[in-house]
Design a protein around this ligand. Sequence first.
Ligand code: MF3
Ligand code: CO
Ligand code: CO
Length: 274
Amino acid sequence: MSATDLTDADYRSGRIKLHTPEDFEGMRAAGRLGAECLDMLTPYVVPGVVTDDLDRLAREFILDHGAIPACLGYRGYTKTVCISPNHIVCHGIPGERVLREGDIANIDVTVIVGGFHGDTSRMYGVGPVAPRAKRLVDVTYEAFERGLAAVKPGARTGDIGHAIQSYVESMRCSVVRDFCGHGLGRVFHDAPNILHFGHAGTGEVLRPGMFFTIEPMVNLGKHPVKLLADGWTAVTRDKSLSAQCEHSVGVTETGAEVFTISPTGQFKPPIVSA
Ligand code: MF3
Ligand code: CO
Ligand code: CO
């Protein structure tokens, strides 16, 4: 979501939903289907594939499982997934574009199962990719893991952002500022905002029952992005490569539960370096 979608009042109000054990069950079902949808796409992400065909496969998969594609019709978006190759940061719109060998691409899907949103994305390598592209993907996944490790009751949202930003910058990459993680559950984009940068000890206090996404966008170059004329596609201003991964998580009594883990263990792609 856009970092400006929630008002300061939402963010400070402290009115962040604390979910029940039944809601955790709901998120497990939604999260699993989201992950399975991305698993299903994996063998199709090959040189020559048309991004619209990947979108159709995802839509059919979700509908066949009795679920709802959350992005379809969301704020006028007309596709099921976002596909964001190379210097596209996020919200790339599937269409005529063909993926080529050496591309790296994020695919982001959100499904609604039993009223709950499962929102997840991962990177795919299209055939062998350049070493610097593989390195960017590795940094992005490690950044996610560092953010996730900061999630526990009593910690703050800023601890997540700080863990991500300090690691990413130590690797001479940059964290996108204009998009952030978000609360979710029965609502797609809710409080709190989860910024992927910031200061430890700041922001909302995490409590058991909070649900939100962590979805860092990491650039090989500088962090500024610009929006293309379609109103959705965000690209790096310096045209450097960008990567992202996303899970939906819940705060537990002891740490975090990740709802969008694939039963087959897929999430971090087996990217082959050229
Ligand atoms: N799944 C995206 C997220 O992580 C939201 C996409 S909204 C859409 O929040 F309309 F572009 F699909
Ligand atoms: Co999200
Ligand atoms: Co998403």
